[in-house]
Structure formats: structure tokens, C-alpha cells
Design a protein around this ligand. Structure first.
Ligand code: NDP
Length: 325
């Protein structure tokens, strides 16, 4: 496993990490979640991603039970939570980024995950109804109390992240260390364009999500709609299925599969390696509903070296979506 610094921070995060959205406490049995975490940990994955909202809080409960049952040193892994969408049951002060919810959500996540502190704590989305000062101060209160070690954002605009950094500077507080954006061959703008100055000026780290565009870039939708996927298992995901499995995207996946074949690798490994090649990616968060998927994805680092200029140009020709600076 390769380890990368989380931006300019001193924290070393495995280049491949494991997330639990849609899977833990939802699509998969707890036994499979346990197997996935064990496989990942044994392969050197040190970061497990979670959020208060995943499966309404169940995802953190499942992960917490697994962490408790293992004899892993607390120092050997990094675990995250995210605040904003709320766990179940929702309530007027159980969502958003007010001081009350940021702090109460942290306490609830610590309980569900059965840990004394969160390594990473993300604002899952920006909150237009809370002054940014309130959120930055709340995060710093938790930092001072040792309940979180680093705080960051997810899907914030570059402008919003800059605002948080400016507020932190003004009050001599600690600003966001990392952002969690979507990044894949299909979704590129934030990481490759919008955040460029943040990387240059502030050394923000990134923990990127949906690197396979929800499975599209595994190539399994190239010829048919298999019936053992997240889209068949979770009926409320129609919006995501419609967004990802467009004819245009599937056509790209078919052409990318041909490039992977030429290189003697698989499409998911090629797609993950392509993300890993970007130096602004601190860690690629993998999702998996089956142990076989995770085992395959964990070998993607072997493919990064195959991505020379010619191969990258061929990929670019297929994608036709390079963001304009
Ligand atoms: P991906 O886009 O990589 O999708 C993962 C899914 O693709 C798997 O669950 C599986 O789904 C399928 N898959 C994975 N590997 C293979 C393979 N080798 N062959 C065939 N199919 C495969 O990532 P996710 O969308 O799951 O996101 C990863 C993590 O990112 C989440 O768990 C979460 O931690 C984080 N995230 C954060 C968000 C945020 O707003 N901050 C939003 C979304 C995710 P299937 O069951 O269909 O086979």
C-alpha cells in the first residue's frame, strides 16, 4: 500500500481507503461488512469513511461493532464521520452545521462508532443558514477537546472553503485540512479546475468519492443491467441510476474497457488508477458490496505505472470532458 499526506497536514492516509455509503447497514449483511474491513485493513488500508447520515446512522453502528471486535491498535486506523444531513430520526436541530448540531452529531457518531475521537470530521455539505464563523468555531471546540483530530468539508465550493480558511485565520483557529469531492473519469471539474488555487495556496487534501461513478466504470453496465447491483437493491436510487447510466456514459465505459484490455488490466482498475495518478488526490475511497470487488480494486495501484502520456491521451480522447481552466 502507498501512503500519502493528507494535503499539507502530517497525517498519512492510505492511497486507497474504504467507504460505507449504501453498503454498511443497508445493501450488505454485517458479515460482509466485517469481511470487507478485514480485507482492506490486511492490505494496508488505514482509512474508513462514514457519515451520520449513512443508513440513517446504522452504517456507523455496523462499523463501530466491527472496529470493537477487532484487536486493531487505535493508532493504526483513521475513521471519519460527517455532519449535515442528520441521522434518524431527523429534527429541526438535528441537521445542518449549527454549533448545537455539529457538537451533538460528533457525540452521537463517537457513540455509534465506539471510539473516543474521530480522526476526520467533515461538514457533509455547506449550510447556507449558519454563519461560517459558528461552524469554524464549533469545529475548533471539538479539536480543542480532542474529540476530532482534523476537520474538513465535502462538496463545498472553492469560495466557501476559502471563506472558512479566512475565518480561521482571522480568529487564529485551525481551518479545514481536507475536502471530500466527487472525482472520477466522469466528474472532474471541482478537483481538476475549481480547487486548483486551493491546492496551490492552502495545501488542502482530498478524500475523493465515487471513483467508479457508482459502478458505471466497472464496465458491468456495458452490455446489460445486472440484477445484483446497488441500483437493483436500493429502489430509491433511480435519480442516481439516471444520472450515471446514460447512453453517453456507457459508450465511454465501452471504449475505456477496450483501452483496459489493451493494457492487460480491468476497467475498474484502470479507472481507479487514473484517479490515483492525480497528485491532488490524497486517497481514493473505494466502495464495494462484494469481497471480490474490493480484492480487485485494491490492486489498482499496480496499474498507475501503465498510465503513460500515450495512454492518458487515449483516455482523454474517449472522455472529452477535460475541464477548461
Ligand atoms: P464507487 O463509484 O467506486 O462505486 C462503488 C460500487 O461500484 C460498489 O459498491 C459496487 O456496487 C460497484 N463496484 C465496485 N468495484 C467493482 C468491481 N471491481 N466490479 C464491479 N462492480 C464494482 O464508489 P461509491 O459511490 O460507493 O463511493 C465510495 C465512498 O465514497 C462511499 O462509501 C462513501 O464513503 C464516500 N461517498 C461520499 C460522498 C460525499 O458526499 N461525501 C457521496 C458518496 C460517496 P454494486 O453493489 O452496484 O456492485
Amino acid at each position: 500500500m502507498e501512503y500519502r499526506r493528507l494535503g499539507k497536514s502530517g497525517l498519512q492516509v492510505s492511497a486507497l481507503s474504504l467507504g460505507s455509503w449504501l453498503t454498511f447497514g443497508n445493501q450488505i449483511e454485517d458479515k460482509v461488512a466485517d469481511e470487507l474491513m478485514s480485507i482492506a485493513y490486511e492490505q494496508g488500508v488505514n482509512f474508513f469513511d462514514n457519515a451520520e447520515a449513512y443508513a440513517g446512522g446504522k452504517s456507523e453502528i455496523v462499523m463501530g461493532n466491527i472496529l470493537k471486535s477487532k484487536s486493531w491498535d487505535r493508532e493504526s486506523f483513521i475513521v471519519s464521520s460527517k455532519v449535515f444531513f442528520g441521522a434518524e430520526p431527523k429534527g429541526v436541530n438535528r441537521v445542518g452545521l449549527s454549533r448545537k448540531h455539529v457538537i451533538e452529531a460528533c457525540h452521537a457518531a463517537l457513540k455509534r462508532l465506539q471510539v473516543d475521537y474521530l480522526d476526520l470530521y467533515f461538514c457533509h455539505r455547506p449550510d447556507k443558514d449558519t454563519p461560517i464563523e459558528e461552524t469554524v468555531w464549533a469545529m475548533n471546540t471539538l479539536l480543542q477537546q480532542g474529540k476530532i483530530l482534523y476537520w474538513g468539508t465535502s462538496e463545498w465550493s472553492a469560495y466557501e472553503i476559502r471563506e472558512a480558511i479566512a475565518v480561521a485565520k482571522e480568529y487564529h483557529l485551525i481551518g479545514p485540512t481536507m475536502e471530500q469531492p466527487e472525482y472520477s473519469m466522469i466528474e472532474r471539474n471541482k478537483l481538476e479546475n475549481e480547487y486548483s488555487m486551493l491546492f496551490r495556496d492552502h495545501g488542502i487534501g482530498t478524500t475523493i468519492w465515487s471513483p467508479l461513478a457508482s459502478g458505471l466504470l466497472s464496465g458491468k453496465y456495458n452490455d446489460s443491467r445486472p440484477d445484483d447491483t446497488r441500483f437493483s437493491a436500493i429502489k430509491s436510487l433511480g435519480w442516481l441510476e439516471n444520472k450515471r447510466l446514460t447512453e453517453e456514459n456507457i459508450e465511454k465505459a465501452r471504449k475505456l474497457k477496450a483501452i483496459a484490455d489493451e493494457l492487460g488490466t480491468s476497467l475498474p482498475k484502470l479507472a481507479l488508477a487514473w484517479c490515483l495518478k492525480n497528485p491532488h488526490v490524497s486517497t481514493v475511497i473505494l466502495g464495494a458490496s462484494k469481497t471480490q470487488q474490493l480484492k480487485e480494486n485494491l490492486t489498482a495501484l499496480d496499474v498507475v505505472g501503465l498510465l503513460n502520456d500515450d495512454v492518458m491521451a487515449k483516455i482523454e480522447e474517449v472522455l472529452q470532458n477535460k475541464p477548461e481552466a
